[in-house]
Design a protein around this ligand. Sequence first.
Ligand code: NAI
Ligand code: MG
Length: 495
Amino acid sequence: MSTLLPQGRIDNWIDGRRVAPVSGRYLPSIDPSLGTEWLQVPAGDADDVALAAEAAKRAFAGPWRALPAMGRAALLRAAARKIAEHAEELATIECHDNGKPIAEARAGDLPSVSEMMNYWAGAADKIHGETIEVSRTSFNFTLHEPLGVVGIIVPWNSPLAILAAKVGAALAAGNTVVLKPAEQAAASILSIAPLFDAAGFPPGVVNVVCGTGEVAGDALVRHPDIRKIAFTGSTATARRITERSAQLLKPLAFELGGKSPNIVFADADLDKATIGASTAAIFTGGAGQTCVAGSRLLIQDTIYDELIDRIEKHVKQHVRLGNALDASTTMGPIAFAEQFEKVKSYIELGRKEGAELAFGGRFGPENFPADSPLGGGYFVAPTLFRGARNSMRVCQEEIFGPVTCAIPFHDDDEALAIANATTYGLASGVWTRNLNRAHRFVRDIQAGAVWVNSYRRIHWAVPFGGYKDSGYGRDSGLESLRGYQQTKSAWLELG
Ligand code: NAI
Ligand code: MG
């Protein structure tokens, strides 16, 4: 395997080899920095899903099942090494695929993907049941067994990192997997799959089928041999998956969107809060296409104008839109055309709703000199609305782009009320030097993560997931392992 970088077209990965889609149909994959096709990916359907599910079911019953936990740990460690060896190629693929800047893919996503495999290697051989003395003559012990074949559906914003958290846990627990990447950014997942086989995983343990959500995703959801669906994506799709899987009683885990409040109090360290409210929270490398984006910026009224000015200066100095492959780019494009149009329409909506554009609102070629090849890319300049009210649609609906709404508040009670007045509950930030206030907000914010004086920190050892419409189930951390297991209790009658 000299280079992983695909050219022309890439096929599914099923049972340890490249397999063309049964229908022979492919979809174009667009490089969003340029707006041009760079690769063709499979338009997989129920036939391809059936082949992958069959391979994964066979693999589950094969040598993989007989492998002791320490063997699974060793394979995950070998996969971590393979991924680290190919990190640069995988980072490059991610850039072409979804426009994540190479600097971020190199420093963040790729190292974390191999570290996650090491983390789950460490967990694989520490899976223990309990012994329970029910009575003098009844002896009970529990076994944490794998579910079987797990279907993993991931979105386009950070394909490898989102995938790795789920795959690592699923494999550590002893499952086999069928992965369904997003049709808009499938290449990195199609490319990483053979590294698991090269690391020594038996064929069929890791399979990838690419296709649209409505076709390939739905087939995975409805396949009777897929014992669980672990999903990251939109709340609307999660509802659809719930309906479509109802007859099968399939366990589901959902990591969904958010409209996360990032709350800055007047007593905060404003230098840090300026970064924390902008480049750390929403004006990110991935152009705010992150589920935890700090997209509602709650600012105490006494520092409202000052903080917005500071943010504008910081953004001017530090955000550089450019080709994702350019190492000096700090913010890439929106990942594909439809999402670009969606972000555009929300900025238009914000204006109509009466919010005022403090800065930003420039699209595509407006961000570059007239002759730049980047003019065809899906770029949106960092955008901040001032004078936003929490009831506006731009403050309630997930935009998934570099757009934040600055909402003023007067005191703690009002900040908390606004923070929780959302159907979502994924993440939140609080900027203050007051320890009592920090604890109160940690306790009373309804969200799966609260960052005090930081934003968007994520670690593979820390459970991650949402409250309310942001989903259920957790990724990362030992807690997430249980989601890929079922408990058997064994009763032994003595005497
Ligand atoms: P989506 O939720 O439709 O796509 C995520 C994944 O689900 C993709 O792999 C897709 O192919 C698959 N999928 C779609 N329909 C399916 C179905 N019926 N059955 C099974 N799988 C299905 O997200 P989409 O439409 O690409 O983005 C729309 C919005 O969703 C974004 O604007 C954003 O607000 C939100 N979103 C949130 C993400 C997060 O990280 N929480 C990631 C992606 C999108
Ligand atoms: Mg693409």
